[in-house]
Write a protein that binds this ligand. Structure first.
Ligand code: FAD
Length: 475
């Protein structure tokens, strides 16, 4: 290659895949020597550093991605630091004439991308971005009055009515080599040097036993789900003791599977009519889109009440002991405890239990939803900048289209209804393994050595919450 020949630079972010990756496909089509980079940015203004479980996931996802890139003749360059600076330097070092990425939707990320685009223009580099991680980009879905949506159902209806979902792109057959002769191969950090994996103690055993981060793991989950649990998703999605949901959330979070691929797979399997259960699953993907729609117009969703009247809400300050009891699954309410222990062990919690565990924290313990949001951020492998705060605010009542304040999940009723045989409870709470029959839902009525007594009484704490919410309403 002549020293003056331009090269391409692809910056991968929340799109750690080769399949349906428009940035990568475009670079492959162009055929110029290619550098593919991932930047671990924990320094740029406003960027929220990943929690522990997500860091574990990222390590393994990047390792898988690097292998796939090598199989196609490319390699993954890893760099750490403020992303804007890193990309500018790398673009100059590699003589990039083209810069490609797939779009992100959080404000700090958009700011970095917009600044880079302006810089590239001045530097004579063609920067091109693509839609890859959302089916419906936030600014394309507008109410009749031209504003953003605040309620899910009309939002999703508008999405489906307004846009066709494009077909996913197949992965590139091969990628241009990355070495630019004369300039050398750009240096890469060693993945291990980023210390993304936990040590002393290493708490990741349960995560490793549960998940296969990377594109192959994502594809397998999608196949397994669509050829099994999808048929009965409407019912199965509520039963935490079974694998009734897709468990695609961390794969979608890191972009190991494209939502366009999921959409297409559904169409491919059900070309004539999408069964009702699969339709419900698709509408859950709509919730993901809605959460990003909310974050796009409310960049401070993780720290600020969406409904400002909640700024006056009088949360209780939670004692260390109570907080630890909730975090570690020792509240004395099995449904909440099983969920919190599932989260700690596997980095994931079933959606129905997430709602109950979150409701217990913000309503029965009257703790500020931000405390729970932060804990989930640290412990979920699918911790998502939009879905996590949007759902916490939904439970707290401070969010968009939120659960009404008087809806307080009763963890005992929930557990009797959705885990009638107690399989889920016994799986995650060894102290309850020997408790037989219905008593497993109310262990204080049985002999359950080692299992704690209830942290608060349900009727009393419910009344306290209702009074606090009523006060807000009356103010
Ligand atoms: P499935 O039932 O198979 O659904 C398919 C996909 O739809 C999911 O993978 C997810 O991408 C999307 N989805 C489903 N439900 C929701 C929802 N309520 N909101 C947004 N997207 C949804 N989801 C996250 O991805 N990241 C989070 O950080 C997160 N935090 C949450 C916090 C609380 C308090 C609650 C109540 C829910 C949270 N959720 C979050 C939503 C939901 O619990 C998970 O998306 C779901 O449990 C993931 O499991 P699954 O992939 O098997 O879901």
């Amino acid at each position: 290659m002549a020293a003056t020949e331009k090269t391409s630079l692809v910056w991968l972010r929340d799109d750690l895949r080769l399949d349906d990756n428009p940035a990568l496909t475009e670079a492959a089509r162009l055929g110029l020597p290619l550098t593919v980079v991932y930047v671990l940015d924990e320094e740029s203004e406003g960027i929220r550093p990943l929690g522990g479980a997500a860091r574990w996931w990222l390590h393994h996802s990047l390792a898988a991605l690097a292998t796939h890139l090598e199989e196609k003749g490319s390699r993954l360059v890893l760099r750490r630091g403020p992303a804007g600076d890193i990309i500018r330097t790398l673009a100059s070092q590699t003589g990039a004439g083209h810069l490609f990425w797939n779009r992100r939707y959080g404000l700090p990320e958009r700011t970095i991308d917009a600044e880079l685009k302006s810089w590239a223009e001045e530097a004579g580099i063609e920067a091109t971005s693509f839609q890859a991680n959302l089916l419906f980009e936030p600014w394309t879905v507008r109410t009749g009055a031209g504003g953003p949506y605040r309620v899910y159902t009309p939002f999703w209806r508008a999405c489906l009515a307004a846009h066709d979902v494009r077909d996913p792109l197949d992965p590139p057959a091969e990628l241009p080599a990355s070495a630019a002769s004369g300039r050398g191969v750009p240096a890469s950090d060693a993945l291990g040097s980023w210390n993304l994996l936990p040590h002393a103690p290493d708490w990741s055993g349960g995560l490793a036993a549960t998940w296969t981060p990377g594109e192959d793991g994502a594809a397998q989950r999608l196949t397994d789900f669509l050829s099994g649990p999808a048929d009965d998703y409407g019912t199965g999605r509520n039963i935490p003791g079974t694998e009734g949901t897709s468990r695609l959330s961390p794969h979608l979070r890191f972009g190991e599977v494209s939502p366009f691929r999921v959409w297409r797979e559904i169409r491919r399997r059900f070309p004539h009519r999408i069964p009702a259960d699969v339709g419900i699953f698709r509408s859950e993907l709509g919730w993901r889109e809605f959460c990003w729609h909310l974050l796009y117009t409310n960049p401070e969703l993780a720290t600020r009440n969406y409904r400002p009247e909640f700024d006056r809400f009088e949360w209780e300050s939670l004692g260390k002991k109570e907080l630890a009891a909730w975090q570690q699954g020792h509240t004395g309410y099995p449904f909440v405890d099983a969920g919190m222990r599932q989260l700690w062990q596997t980095g994931w919690m079933h959606n129905r239990v997430r709602m109950a565990a979150a409701s217990f924290l913000v309503k029965n313990l009257l703790a500020d939803w931000r405390i729970g949001e932060q804990w989930f951020w640290d412990t979920l492998v699918d911790a998502d900048a939009a879905s996590n705060p949007a759902n916490w605010q939904w439970v707290a009542g401070s969010g968009a289209d939120a659960s009404p304040y008087y809806r307080i999940f009763n963890p005992v009723t929930q557990s009797k209804k959705f885990d009638a045989a107690g399989n889920y409870l016994r799986e995650f709470i060894p102290e309850l393994a020997g408790v037989e029959g219905k008593a497993v839902h109310e262990p204080w009525t049985a002999d359950a050595p080692g299992y704690p007594a209830p942290l608060v009484e349900l009727p009393e704490s419910r009344e306290r919450a209702l009074a606090a919410f009523q006060k807000l309403k009356d103010a």
